[in-house]
Design a protein. Structure first.
Length: 242
C-alpha cells in the first residue's frame, strides 16, 4: 500500500520493534498446558488449564501451548487448540468442536483479509485449526509439560511416567507417589503404617453394594459410624463427594 512519507520512519521503528519481539519470543520456554482428559473432573481441568495458560501468556519467559488430551480408540491424542476452541464452555464442548471443526465463510474471509497482520504479529506457528499430536510428538513441540489434568491419567502417575520416559520435565509428584495417592484406601493404609493419625475408614466395593445395600449401611453404622464422608476411592479429590 501507499504510505505517506511522514509515516515511513514510524512504521520502520514499529517493524524493528516487532522483529526484536519475534526474536525474544523464539527464546521462550515452550510450556505445553495439558488439560481436559476423560475423567469425571475433565471440566474442572479445562478451567485450571485456561487459568494457567492465561498466567503464562502474560510472561516474557514462557510460551504456553494449550494441549487438549482426548482418548480415541484407546490411544491418547493431544490437540493444540486455537483460541476460539480453547474458550468453549467445557471439555465436552471442546471435544465436540474438535470432532466437527470447520471455519465459517465469514471467518475464512476475515482470516484471508487479515493475513498480513496475523503473519506479522502472531506466533510463527499459530494455526486457526486444531492440530493433532501423539505422545511421541511432544518432545519436538514443547520443552515442559504443565499437567492441569484432574484425576486419571494425570494424577495417577500414568502420563507422568510416559513423560519421564520421553525425558520431558513436568510439574507434580513422581509417578510412584501419584500411583499410591490416587487410591484413597491405599493412601490411608500407608500413612497409618508410617505412624500418622488418619480418620476411620472403610472400603465398600461396587459388588458388595449391589448384592446387599442394607447390609452395607448396617456395617457403616457399626463402623466407622455416622457422620461419614463418602467419595470414590480412585478418582480425583473432589469428584462425587457426599
Amino acid at each position: 500500500t501507499n504510505v505517506p512519507h511522514q509515516l515511513e520512519p514510524l512504521l520502520a521503528r514499529l517493524d524493528e520493534q516487532r522483529q526484536v519481539q519475534t526474536a525474544q519470543s523464539s527464546a521462550k520456554t515452550r510450556v505445553g498446558v495439558i488439560l481436559g482428559g476423560y475423567s469425571s473432573e475433565r471440566h474442572i481441568s479445562v478451567e485450571s488449564g485456561r487459568n494457567v495458560f492465561e498466567k503464562l501468556a502474560a510472561t516474557q519467559a514462557y510460551e504456553p501451548i494449550p494441549l487438549f488430551l482426548s482418548l480415541e480408540q484407546g490411544q491418547w491424542a493431544f490437540y493444540r487448540l486455537p483460541m476460539n476452541v480453547l474458550l468453549k464452555d467445557n471439555a465436552d464442548d471442546i471435544r465436540t468442536k474438535l470432532q466437527h471443526f470447520a471455519l465459517t465463510p465469514a471467518l475464512r474471509q476475515i482470516q484471508h483479509e487479515a493475513r498480513a497482520i496475523t503473519e506479522a504479529f502472531s506466533e510463527p506457528d499459530y494455526d486457526f485449526y486444531p492440530r493433532r499430536y501423539t505422545l511421541a510428538d511432544l518432545p519436538d513441540l514443547i520443552d515442559f509439560a504443565f499437567l492441569a489434568l484432574h484425576g486419571r491419567p494425570g494424577e495417577d502417575g500414568e502420563l507422568p511416567r510416559h513423560l519421564a520416559e520421553l525425558n520431558l520435565p513436568y510439574n507434580g509428584s513422581q509417578p510412584e507417589a501419584a500411583e499410591l495417592t490416587i487410591d484413597k484406601k491405599a493412601t490411608n493404609t500407608f500413612l497409618q503404617e508410617q505412624g500418622f493419625h488418619v480418620a476411620k475408614h472403610q472400603l465398600i466395593t461396587a459388588p458388595e453394594w449391589a448384592q446387599d445395600p442394607d447390609a452395607v449401611c448396617q456395617q457403616m453404622e457399626a463402623y466407622p459410624g455416622y457422620p461419614v464422608v463418602a467419595k470414590p476411592s480412585d478418582d480425583g479429590c473432589s469428584s462425587a463427594v457426599k
